[in-house]
Design a protein around this ligand. Structure first.
Ligand code: SF4
Length: 614
């Protein structure tokens, strides 16, 4: 096969058995790879009503369809499974180097079912004549280790040329913010899939091998790369290379895009806020790129001395981390942000989820809803960098108040009281990312509706794809978004499942995708066929949610972020978000049932999804 290996490894952890299976070719055509393919596989193999932390849940890792083929910015793999943070469909997307290596080890997908009796890790390597060798090995010596130590030890043991996906203590403790680490800081962070890994006592997945990924037209792929390289060198691409995602921060602070004080305030609160992309660059030692990316928006930084000193170079802070541990906590200490990012990476935690929990705790303390007796004596105040760092450590270790927060928002509200619920800035248990719907209302529809809630990377009218011709819509206008929301969300799933980086596709038109696909697999793809794939990916995950019990009538959204009450200062002062209208128009445009969010059975049959309804 071209572009993909056609192989899936199924690992049953209780019996410690491994089986290589063929992935039906039709599934690639319908779902591409990544979480799209994952949705189809799990709908066939898992009861969506299962306990996400029980043995019935399946945790998957899948490379994107184009990952490792030489197509631009095609490095991603996705983890997927039922999410312990939301109780619905979960997926998490990750760049770096693990995805291409998974394919070079001879696999597109690994599925883990069951639970091991004691800690294990999986080693995958190529055997003779293209066979895949999979071994389940003991991980008692690794259990308890942080993500850096674990990756280092496994690379020492199996060679520097292997790639490692692992969990840290947060995953072992089943934290509701546990992610899966690769490259000591590239994370499949969201949906708490690190906790699923922990529940299975699976410490790590090690992939090794250099089987070439066959593509249909290597010369054609080379020509496409040459043709499109200049696009990445244009202004936005160059700035992204130089500064990475921190480049968005300064403007976002002023425009009302980035949250302030647990989403309750604006730049007026701290007019002298100093943290900028330029400042981040002062700490940068070198740039970092995911496999095959001409942009290279990542970097390694170091804090050499002081209370927030890092132990050598660590991944730099990204926009989301700066926002959620900076302005959202009124913390202007960049060194503390770098250290917090480092701690989250070591413990294996989603910085968005962890930042959301910390802001909730600080606001509850400031309002007198929790006291020193509930915070291990810590005074949780806005802007107190040292205390914030200490609280992050406690969440990572699941210690004291950190143990309560690590269990997620629902558990925290249960322990700290219903009066704290208004300060939870999350949708269905997943903390909001740092882009404010009061700045551009289109985000609210994505955060609310996508089967993985509170995600800024699942396509929206706020961040339309490059090449998508969208009419001008006022940032505060709720009506007229449905068609464009639908197209952008569906296409985002296509690009994600193809293994492509959405930053890349904020630069390069999504209309280039059929060309890259043809060079990779030798077949014709049309934009229309791919749009249909996108629809299928949106709805397959919604089918999973409905079967998990997550119907639309149970959805909610934090009032504060919809402008209830409205902000009293800043660019978005007084803004209200009419989510109701956006949802209504989207449901009508797509012909979706207001209770389930699903279309008619006939439509599901057309998309070959009706068979997954039960
Ligand atoms: S743009 Fe950044 S995140 Fe995307 S593939 Fe390149 S280095 Fe990775």
């Amino acid at each position: 096969m071209y572009a993909v290996t056609g192989k899936l490894l199924s690992v049953e952890l209780k019996s410690q058995s491994c089986k290589v299976e063929a992935v039906p070719a039709k599934l690639y055509r319908q779902y591409l790879g990544g979480y799209g393919l994952g949705a189809a596989l799990l709908l066939e193999r898992v009861n969506p009503a299962c306990d996400p932390l029980g043995p019935e849940n399946i945790l998957g890792f899948a490379a994107g369809y184009l990952t490792g083929t030489g197509a631009y910015i095609a490095s991603r793999f996705m983890a997927f499974g039922k999410s312990p943070s939301t109780g619905g469909w979960g997926d998490a997307n990750c760049g770096g180097h693990f995805g291409p290596k998974l394919k070079k080890a001879g696999l597109d997908v690994i599925l883990f079912s069951g639970q091991a009796a004691s800690p294990v890790y999986l080693l995958v390597k190529p055997g003779a004549a293209g066979a895949v060798v999979a071994e389940i090995l003991g991980a008692e010596d690794l259990w308890g280790g942080d993500c850096y130590v674990t990756e280092d030890l496994l690379k020492e043991r199996h060679g520097r040329d292997c790639e490692v996906a692992c969990i840290g203590p947060a995953g072992e403790n089943l934290a509701a913010v546990a992610g899966i680490s690769t490259d000591k800081g590239r994370f499949a962070a969201r949906s708490a899939l690190g906790a699923v890994m922990g529940s299975k006592k699976l410490k790590a997945v090690v992939v090794k091998g250099n089987i070439p990924i066959q593509i249909a037209d290597p010369e054609g792929m080379k020509a496409l790369r040459k043709q499109h390289l200049p696009t990445f060198k244009e202004e936005f691409g160059s700035d992204l290379s130089e500064f990475g995602t921190p480049m968005f921060y300064e403007e976002a602070l002023n425009s009302g895009d980035a949250p302030w004080k647990n989403w309750s305030s604006s730049v007026e609160e701290m007019k002298d806020f100093k943290t900028t992309a330029e400042k981040v660059k002062e700490y940068q030692l070198k740039r970092y790129a995911c496999s095959g990316c001409p942009v290279g928006c990542g970097g390694h930084v170091e804090v050499k001395q002081g209370p927030f000193k890092t132990d050598g170079p660590v991944h730099k802070v990204e926009y989301e981390t700066m926002s959620l541990f900076g302005s959202n906590l009124l913390n202007d200490n960049l060194e503390a942000m770098i250290r917090i990012n480092d701690l989250c990476n070591r413990y294996g935690m989603d910085t968005i989820g962890t930042g959301g929990l910390v802001a909730y705790a600080v606001e509850c303390y400031e309002r007198g809803l929790i006291g020193n007796d509930q915070t291990d004596g810590m005074e949780l105040r806005w802007g107190q960098a040292r205390t914030i760092v200490a609280l992050v450590e406690k969440i990572g270790k699941a210690e004291g108040v950190g143990a309560i927060l690590a269990k997620g928002f629902d558990e925290a509200v249960r322990v700290f009281g219903e009066a704290t619920a208004p300060y939870v800035m999350a949708v269905r248990g997943e903390a909001l990312p740092a882009h404010d719907p009061r700045w551009n209302v289109g985000l609210a529809l994505t955060y609310f509706f996508d089967p993985t809630p509170a995600r800024h990377t699942q396509g929206s009218t706020t961040f339309p794809l490059a090449g998508y011709d969208m009419p001008e819509i006022d940032a505060d206008e709720a009506t007229g978004r449905a068609e464009h929301h639908s197209a952008n969300a569906d296409w985002a799933h296509v690009l994600n499942s193809a293994g492509l980086c959405l930053f890349g596709y904020a630069i390069l038109s999504y209309k280039t995708l059929p060309d890259f696909l043809k060079a990779a697999d030798g077949t014709e793809w049309t934009l229309q066929e791919l749009a249909e794939v996108g629809r299928r990916l949106t709805l397959a995950r919604q089918v999973f949610n409905v079967r998990a019990g997550w119907t639309l009538d149970r959805y909610s959204f934090p009032d504060r972020v919809l402008g209830n009450p409205p902000l009293e200062s800043g660019e978005t002062k007084g803004m209200k978000v009419d989510l109701k209208t956006m949802v209504k128009e989207y449901l009508e445009f797509e012909g979706l049932d207001p209770k389930t969010g699903l279309p008619s059975r006939e439509v599901l049959e057309t998309l070959d999804l009706a068979r997954y309804l039960s």
